[in-house]
Write a protein that binds this ligand. Sequence first.
Ligand code: URA
Ligand code: CA
Length: 433
Amino acid sequence: MRMIDIIEKKRDGEELSTAEIQFFIDGYTEGTIPDYQASALMMAIYFQGMTEQERADLTMAMVQSGDQIDLSKINGIKVDKHSTGGVGDTTTLVLGPLVAALGVPVAKMSGRGLGHTGGTIDKLEAVSGFHVEIENEEFIDLVNKNKIAVIGQSGNLTPADKKLYALRDVTATVDSIPLIAGSIMSKKIAAGADAIVLDVKTGAGAFMKTLDDSRDLAKAMVQIGNNVGRNTMAVISDMSQPLGFAIGNALEVKEAIDTLKGEGPEDLTELCITLGSYMVYLAKKASTLKEAREMLVKVMKDGTALEVFKTFLTSQGGDASIIDDPSKLPQAKYTFELEAKDEGYVSEIVADEIGTAAMLLGAGRATKESVIDLAVGLVLRKKIGDHVKKGESLVTIYSNFENIDEVKAKLYENIRISSEKVNPPVLVYEEIT
Ligand code: URA
Ligand code: CA
């Protein structure tokens, strides 16, 4: 087989065979196929697309390019959730304990990542003593016992994806639905998921800015999952404004606790119940989505989910007394209120820009080397559609430095107030099952 023939075939719009895709992924991972040929193929795929079979083949070839996590010693159907990324997305912290409370095993492997706030692990490390450096065996025992545990990323997962993603990043080929779908799905499958629930975000703060693109991506991923034997469902949810109120690590832990108590923001609560009902259903703990939803509402109301969160924190060294006393979480030195300059209705809270404001405070990493400040961030006091009086607070800013002029300017620029009444955005646009 020759790489040039594979490039030519895709350039001319033909379908690649399973063996050809395998040849490319193996050769590129090993280094026998050079970047310039891989780039040419990525660009050909960008223009010609991929068939359903090609997408499944690409995904599985990337899965097999490295280690695969063996979760077979964990009892039950392992359902993983993936979000395409948003601002103030506290769902993982809430969903884990919530579905674990219904016996769904949550075996979460997480990373730190770049972004507006830290990843799931950073957020959990706002709980004093909590650690994810545990052995595989202990991880598996904890999931079997408590139904939930989190471990740091280890092993060499999907090296083909790592290499290709870096190449796509510098060759203007990231924005290709089959390539994004394969990239995301390969990582979930290699991490051991039997079933997958996808939260595909749409709007200003999302990777996919339009509903059409988000729908195409969601459908592509659901199709891949189902074609390779992993039951997969997706929702398309709003990311025009941040999710919930809190953006920042310790602040989001507090928000997750409130939500597990049934006292969280409406949008975050509803999205967690929706995504959770898919997870419970796919794990075969309920026979309908409606039944799953009722079960989730019950464990939220009766305190079971919060108890699971407590046990989970304690089992990994965390001080669970923060649940009853959140003032034990890292606290910022200063708080400021962003006062509305006009009376009216909040019409826009541009999610990605608000995320950047949180990052300016130190809540997220700008580069891999950045050290994040777990205490700082933002808490929205108003959401789109809310009425606001002049001088009323739009946002509380938690900072460890006093001069926050730049942060304030960014927030004022990106929270808009209209004199006319505004409807809040739809939270869940579509469900793809
Ligand atoms: N996120 C991923 O993991 N992969 C892509 O290709 C794009 C976004
Ligand atoms: Ca939030």
